[in-house]
Each structure stands twice: as C-alpha cells, then as structure tokens.
Design a protein around this ligand. Structure first.
Ligand SMILES: Cc1cc2nc3c(=O)[nH]c(=O)nc-3n(C[C@H](O)[C@H](O)[C@H](O)COP(=O)(O)OP(=O)(O)OC[C@H]3O[C@@H](n4cnc5c(N)ncnc54)[C@H](O)[C@@H]3O)c2cc1C
Length: 451
C-alpha cells in the first residue's frame, strides 16, 4: 500500500494513535491531504481497496469516534487555511483543519465572533467540531455548531464532491442536507470546506459572577430559578469540588472548595442584580469578577477535563442532557448511582442548558461500561439525550439506539441507517460506529429476544 500511496503523491506516516480518552487508532497509514484533490484521490483508492477511512481532526474525540484498526486515518492538519472572512455577508469560509481558537483570534481582529466554544477550542479543528456538532460553554445562549454551519463541501465515498447549503442566513432550497452532515462523525463523507455564520462581537456589557455553592442540588435549583425568571446567561458553567481539587493540584488554580463546587455565570448587565438575588436566596453570595479574573476562570473551566484526566489513569466522559426542569432529579439519580456502584463521578457541566459531564474515573472494564450506560439511560428516562455535544462514536451507540427507539421509534433508526447506506453504500466512511452500530446492536437484540 505504501508504494501506491507514494504513486498517488500522498504524504503518509505509519503510527498508532490514541484519542483523548485512550481509544486506539491502529491504521495501515495516516495520510495527510493538502488539498481536496488529495482527498478525492485517497477516497477513490480506499474504495477500490475496500479500506475503511477515518477522518482525524485533532483527535480530541471522547467517544471512540476516531478509533479504528486496519483503516486509513485521514489527518486534516494541513488543510488549515482561513479562505475568506466576509464582513458583509457575515460568514467565514475555512478549510476543515483550521484550529477553532485561531479562527476566533482572526475574527476578533476584525470585530467578529464565532460563538460555539467547546472547552477544547484551543486544540480542536473546525472540521472535527462540525462533524461532532460540538457545543461548549456558550451553548446556553448560542447553541451548538449545528446552528452556525451554513454550507459545506464534502467528498463522498464515491469520490464525488458535493456542496450542501448556501452561505446565506436564509435558504429554503430542498431538504436540509447541511444538518445531515453536521454531526455525522465522518460516517457520511470527508468535509473539505466549511462556511460558518459569524456575528459582530457582541457589544452589550456582561457581568461575570462566581458562586461557591454547597451542593450540586442547590446549583440545579439556582438554574431552574434563573430560567423561570427569564434570565438567559451567556455562560452558566459548573465544576464540582473534585474537579476543583484536580485544577488546584495540576494547574495550581488556587480555587477554594466549598463543599459543592463553583457556579460560573456571565449575564447581561441589566440581569446581574436579579441573578445575584437568586443566588442569595440559595445562600450563595456571588463575587463579581473583573475581566482578568474572568479570563482566568474561563481558561480554568476550559482545562477542567485536562486536569481531571491528569489525576486518573483512565476516564469515561459522559455527556448527558436532561430537560432543565428535571435537573434536580437528574442530580439525585447521579448521586444514587454513585452510591450503588461506590464510585465518585466528578461533574463538569454546561449546567445552564442541562448538559452534564459526569466523569467516571475507572479503567475500561465491563463494570465501568455498565455504569456509563446507566448514566446515559437515566437521561433517556428523564426525557433527555445520551449526548449533547460529544457525539456517539463507539461508546454510546447502544444507548443512542435505545434513546431513538424509545423516544422516536424503531423506524427512525431504520431511516437513519438507510441514509448511511444510500450515501456510503460500501460502508467505508468511518464504518461500524454511530448510527450503523446502533442499528446493528438493535437488530441483534431483537433477533436474540425473538429466538
Ligand atoms: C479537554 C476537552 C474538552 C472538551 N470539551 C468539549 C466541549 O465543551 N464541547 C464539545 O462539544 N466537545 C468537547 N470536547 C470534545 C471534542 O474536543 C470536540 O467535539 C471537538 O470539536 C472535536 O474536534 P477534533 O478536531 O479534535 O475532532 P476529532 O476528535 O479528530 O474528530 C471528531 C469526529 O469528527 C470526524 N472528523 C474530523 N474531521 C473531519 C472532517 N474533515 N470531515 C469529516 N469528519 C471529520 C472524526 O472522524 C470524528 O468522528 C472536549 C474534548 C476535550 C479533550
């Protein structure tokens, strides 16, 4: 194969990689396309040889979405140009390998802003974040990548290139294929160009607050009261005391422990007094942060998962979403699970939109898998979702299948699998994961129960 890749003029290395949570990619080769033409050549080659192709952005995936064996890993790092920043039509056109943090730096020089900010923004690529439909700390106000992608160029497994969507704020032409590819986790094609909606840097004054709370239960209550009183924060994040311990130990954060962790809020100035009043009702005297203190807190919050990872050999990162109205119940049930299995699950949360990341600090094992699945099921039972932003990969396929069949019906899972077969009939694009895997698991469970 090496000879053939050389003949095609494709750069490659041979190496084994691991993603952030140690899922392993053991590919035949890692190929580094420098252009869309390179991607097409590679896809045609892989299809003819029936070799699975797995796109790799920065490998910060948390679900096994970039794991593989005997595949070709397509590392997009050299397709990293910002092609256009359109200051009238308000979009940025970029190659997929561009670093998200770098894009926002360039945008801010021109008075623009791209809101979704996964805590991995300083590491991750735009292509990976689009393919994962990433969210982040500003999700409570601005949503996830799904709301911000206008159009895409994609190389399909046939070697054809399609452009879906238009770089327009409004477009009603046909089925919404853009949002089919956003969040498709590399299973439908390789994204080679992205048009992102951008907005002028917001001018309203924001007030940053930090509250040291006595329990996660009270945080849930605060958030529910905040929503009830109509306050839409820009940021409402939470880390518990265990995460604070990791931040203090590994990043010298010097944060105080209060028994229940830290609630970090940024609200519009006119809402700040009301927000502080809500916090007071829950016994929390919030501190107002100046810009420098805010930047530091925001940065520490972004690095929370890194700090936690540094204190554990292995880590499972959950990503459940529950309706905000059911946060209190969700928190109690998490604590019940901790007691049942005698494990601590330090929580990092985009608490303002009901997106919780309980982290299971255990070696990968059947027991740990069981706890992981039970946490996900708790969300499904409360009318929530097994993933808000990290995606599904291998790790959550089973529980995603359960969510879809119980909330939407089996037919919806069949339709999703049909779409995969239509677009990638030979299943060479990141195969055996996500929808395809969920569908297979569901079918084999049905067979087992009917025999
Ligand atoms: C410390 C840390 C904090 C995180 N915080 C958040 C958070 O707050 N919010 C959040 O949503 N996520 C978070 N994540 C998860 C992850 O970082 C994001 O989802 C990120 O956007 C993935 O980007 P990546 O470039 O690393 O993609 P990768 O991990 O390389 O890939 C992700 C998926 O996209 C596919 N892919 C990559 N490039 C392409 C392409 N060009 N075409 C088609 N498919 C492609 C891959 O095959 C894979 O399925 C965090 C991860 C870490 C390590």
């Amino acid at each position: 194969m090496e000879e053939q890749l050389r003949e095609l003029g494709l750069e490659f290395t041979k190496e084994v990689r691991e993603d952030f949570v140690n899922f392993r990619a053991d590919p035949l080769a890692v190929v580094y396309p420098r252009s869309e033409e390179d991607v097409i050549k590679l896809v045609n080659f892989a299809r003819e040889k029936k070799i699975p192709i797995v796109p790799w952005g920065a490998g910060t995936s948390l679900t096994g979405a970039v794991a593989c064996k005997g595949c070709i890993l397509v590392d997009m790092r050299y397709m990293s140009s910002i092609l256009e920043i359109n200051e009238v039509d308000w979009y940025a056109r970029v190659q997929p390998g561009v670093n998200l943090g770098k894009l926002n730096e360039e945008l801010s020089k021109r008075g623009f802003f791209f809101p979704p900010d996964p805590a991995s923004f300083f590491l991750c690529t735009v292509g990976g974040a689009v393919a994962n439909s990433s969210g982040g700390m500003r999700g409570v106000r601005y949503g996830t990548f799904r709301e911000w992608v206008l159009a895409l160029r994609v190389v399909l497994s046939s070697g054809e290139v399609i452009r879906v969507g238009e770089p327009l704020r409004k477009n009603r032409a046909g089925y919404d294929l853009v949002h089919l590819f956003v969040g498709s986790e590399g299973t439908l094609g390789i994204i080679t160009e992205v048009w992102l909606r951008i907005i002028p840097t917001p001018r309203q004054r924001l007030v940053a607050l930090v509250g040291y709370v006595s329990s996660l239960d009270s945080v849930a209550g605060i958030i529910i009261d905040m929503r009830r009183s109509g306050i839409l924060p820009e940021i409402a994040e939470y880390v518990d005391d265990e995460v604070i311990r990791a931040l203090n130990e590994h990043l010298n954060a010097g944060l105080r422990k209060s028994g229940g962790g830290i609630l970090l809020l940024r609200v519009d100035e006119p809402d700040s007094e009301r927000m502080r009043e809500i916090l007071r009702r829950w016994g929390v005297e919030a501190e107002v942060l100046n810009d420098e203190e805010w930047e530091r807190m925001y940065s520490l919050r972004s690095q929370s998962a890194l700090a936690l990872k540094a204190s554990a050999e292995s880590m499972y990162v959950e990503d459940i979403v529950v309706p905000v109205s059911r946060l209190v119940e969700a928190v109690r049930r998490l604590r019940d699970l901790e007691r049942k299995y005698n494990v601590r699950m330090p929580v990092i949360a985009h608490i303002g939109d009901g997106n919780l990341h309980p982290n299971i600090l255990l070696e990968r094992s059947e027991d740990a898998d069981k706890i992981f699945d039970e946490v996900a099921r708790l969300a499904v039972e409360l009318g929530g979702s097994v993933s808000g932003e990290h995606g599904i990969g291998i790790q959550k396929a089973k529980v995603m299948g359960e969510q879809i069949t119980s909330h939407s019906g089996k037919r919806v899972l069949e339709i999703m699998n049909g779409i995969k077969r239509l677009i990638d009939p030979e299943s060479i694009m990141n195969p055996g994961k996500y929808v395809e895997l969920a569908y297979e698991i569901n079918r084999s469970e049905e067979r087992r129960s009917s025999s």
